[in-house]
Design a binder for this molecule. Structure first.
Ligand SMILES: NC(=O)c1ccc[n+]([C@@H]2O[C@H](COP(=O)([O-])OP(=O)(O)OC[C@H]3O[C@@H](n4cnc5c(N)ncnc54)[C@H](O)[C@@H]3O)[C@@H](O)[C@H]2O)c1
Length: 363
């Protein structure tokens, strides 16, 4: 009989359920243990989901003593670093939830430890498995747009502010940017082939999160609920990135790729207060040309797909573990994403453009 891939889940809250349910659909995977710092929570999770034979622990360190091939890290952002580093050092492959970490330094250490240990560190961006996101990347990479010099992207929630760990600076790192902005950044940067960011000038604010009229935990609200940044990228490109958890507006506009030969416009799927987030829902894709003065617009068909993107992201991790291949969404690539968010926070604090430095891994 084929050897099963042994999996552990660290953190047994909301998103851990999506990981567990995906693993439970795979015949070649066995969830051997779940760990959560809240005493009894992992055991309750194992029972509730009916994960037959899985052990439950109150510390990830006990889980890591087991014979486990890989772990899903589903803790709040603040614990991504400690649990991932411990797992990698214990020789386990890691699928860590987004965002990679709370600080750039933590992200760098996670990537370094993974490299040293020769283990996979993959980041859980499920929109990558949306076929429409692949279509966008294929168009940009095909060269059809010519030299893409300007990209504008970002999600705009009209009213969608979480609470708890998501609004605490030390636990989350950042607010709307870390929570949903990382998806928009990945959409744009992945299509461009992850160019190196050079500098950023940014503004962030939290007019709504800190106002008791708009947020039940206003006195504890420490992060940004809105941000805008101009990011200079290598190759003479510029990225205009905008994000909001709350605003008196329905949208922050479409995602645009402006190239020397053509332009591409994407609108998000759905409407309503929580719409506009690039969480895999692309509503329309339109190509714009101006051939000898004749403006042409061609809609590219958006696939109404049945792909379960949460399942696919977990499956891609399992396949990489099984086949000994590279991380499907490498931590090293997503460090760029983290470095941009780090730059945005620094720039917004001092009100000036700042350089973005990504330390050399292993250097
Ligand atoms: N990919 C997605 O669509 C998606 C959606 C929601 C959340 N997330 C990400 O998933 C992560 C978790 O979010 P959530 O909404 O599930 O949070 P949650 O608060 O519901 O669950 C987190 C769990 O981790 C536990 N925990 C905290 N520190 C721990 C540690 N050191 N070891 C073990 N367990 C620990 C907590 O007790 C809690 O049970 C966040 O990083 C978030 O950004 C991703």
């Amino acid at each position: 009989m084929e050897k099963k891939i042994k999996i552990g889940i660290i953190g047994s809250g909301g998103i851990a359920q999506a990981h567990a349910r995906a693993y439970m659909r795979m015949d070649d995977v066995e969830i051997v243990a779940v760990a959560d710092v809240i005493p009894g929570k992992a055991a309750e999770f194992v029972n509730r989901l009916g994960i037959t034979g899985a052990k439950a622990f109150d510390s990830h360190l006990e889980l890591l003593e087991l014979d486990v091939d890989g772990v899903s890290v589903c803790t709040p952002n603040v614990a991504h670093h400690r649990t991932s580093v411990d797992a990698l050092q214990a020789g386990k492959h890691v699928l860590v939830e987004k965002p990679l970490a709370v600080t750039l330094e933590q992200g760098v250490e996670m990537v370094e430890v993974g490299k040293k240990a020769g283990r996979i560190l993959s980041v859980g961006f499920q929109p990558r498995y949306d076929p429409n996101m692949q279509t966008v990347k294929n168009i940009v990479q095909s060269g059809e747009l010519g030299n893409v010099y300007y990209v504008q992207t970002g999600g705009g929630r009209r009213r969608g502010m979480p609470g708890g760990t998501f609004i605490n600076k030390e636990l989350a790192g950042a607010g709307a940017m870390a929570d949903i902005g990382c998806y928009s950044l990945d959409l744009a940067l992945n299509a461009l082939g992850y160019p190196k960011p050079l500098s950023v000038s940014a503004y962030t604010s939290n007019h709504f999160g800190t106002n008791p009229h708009y947020h039940a935990e206003a006195s504890k609200f420490e992060v940004e609920d809105f941000g805008v940044a101009l990011v200079r990228l290598e190759g003479g490109k510029v990225l205009n990135f905008k994000i909001s958890w709350a605003m008196h507006m329905d949208s922050l506009g479409p995602t645009l790729f402006l190239g020397t030969d053509a332009g591409l416009k994407l609108t998000p799927a759905g409407s309503g207060p929580w719409s506009g987030v690039w969480d895999g829902g692309i509503g329309s894709i339109t190509l714009f040309h101006d051939i000898q003065g004749h403006h042409t617009e061609s809609p590219i068909s958006v696939q109404q797909h049945n792909v379960d993107i949460f399942y696919e992201k977990v499956r891609a991790f399992v396949v990489a573990v099984k086949e000994g291949t590279e991380a499907p969404i490498p931590g090293e690539e997503i460090l760029i994403n983290q470095a941009i968010i780090d730059g945005i926070l620094r720039s917004s604090e001092i009100g000036k453009e700042v350089d973005i430095h990504i330390p050399k891994i292993g250097g």
